[in-house]
Design a protein around this ligand. Structure first.
Ligand code: G
Ligand code: G
Ligand code: MN
Ligand code: NA
Length: 254
């Protein structure tokens, strides 16, 4: 209860910040953009990762205003980077299943795109398999609206959620993000390699891009390249860092 109150105040006190982690094109090692990742600069406890407060934020419904702020802030930052000459960076934002139950996500995204002037085709919304499987009519409608706005839709943590793949046929998706647990064991577990290969093939047959998360080592990167994976993300390139540090990293890279 105390933490819930603190979280409510944290929004007003501007204690939430976004960290950014680069998204890399395996075809030429180009920086495509960044995933925005939420952090809470807690006055007593320091920098808190989402794992420390996300479930409480979802149970209390506070995730709705928090994620609204995330979307606005990420689009504002992206527009600023474009204005600063960084080129057309894609920005990926995580959505919560709770948002789909409690608000019209399509309307929100349309409004934020209007306000920020951020190009819709550079906004990527990360959905969990849970959103796609426990869906009803309204989720399907919101998905169609999002698609019609021109944003792209990615399935986050792919392979860990449910065994049903039916939603892949029914939703207008653009990308599968292979969960980092499969990438972790890529070099020494033939079964992990088989799963990664199968996800890449599945994605490509369905005309989806495939991104691998959690790349920490060169050997993993080269295996993913050899398997035809399109995009990667992970500590091998950069940890999630504050916006200024990401801009610096980017400008030092080229
Ligand atoms: O940044 P970190 O690696 O600790 O993120 C842990 C998890 O928290 C991520 O896998 C992601 O699903 C979730 N997450 C990160 N940022 C956000 C956010 O802005 N909104 C929501 N709903 N989840 C987020
Ligand atoms: O949205 P998603 O659940 O995929 O969040 C990404 C999470 O993965 C973040 O918490 C981020 O800090 C973490 N992460 C990103 N790259 C790596 C990596 O290379 N290794 C590990 N262990 N975690 C990573
Ligand atoms: Mn994500
Ligand atoms: Na993930």
């Amino acid at each position: 209860a105390q933490m819930e109150g603190e979280m409510r105040d944290a929004l007003k006190r501007r204690e939430f910040v976004l960290y950014y982690q680069p998204l890399i094109d395996l075809n030429g090692d180009r920086v495509l953009g960044a995933e925005a990742l939420l952090r809470w600069m807690h006055p007593q406890r320091g920098v808190l990762p989402p794992g420390a407060f996300l479930s409480l934020a979802e149970e209390s419904g506070l995730i709705v205003p928090i994620n609204e702020w995330v979307l606005r802030e990420a689009c504002r930052q992206g527009t600023q980077w474009h204005a600063a000459g960084f080129g057309p960076l894609r920005i990926a934002v995580n959505l919560s299943p709770v948002q789909f139950r409690r608000q019209q996500v399509g309307d929100l995204v349309r409004q934020v795109l209007d306000e920020s002037g951020f190009p819709p085709d550079l906004l990527d919304l990360e959905l969990t398999e849970g959103i796609l499987i426990d869906h009803d009519e309204t989720v399907a409608e919101q998905m169609q609206l999002l698609r019609s706005l021109g944003v792209s839709l990615s399935v986050d943590d792919f392979g860990t959620g449910y065994s049903s793949l039916n939603y892949i046929r029914n939703f207008p998706l653009h990308r599968l993000k292979i969960d980092r647990s499969f990438v972790k064991d890529l070099a020494n577990d033939l079964r992990a390699l088989a799963i990664v290969r199968t996800i890449i093939d599945l994605g490509h047959i369905l005309n989806l891009k495939v991104l691998a998360e959690g790349v920490e080592e060169k050997a993993q990167l080269e295996t993913l390249r050899a398997e035809g994976c399109d995009e990667v993300q992970g500590y091998y390139f950069s940890r999630p860092v504050p916006a200024e540090a990401f801009a610096l990293w980017l400008s030092q890279r080229d």
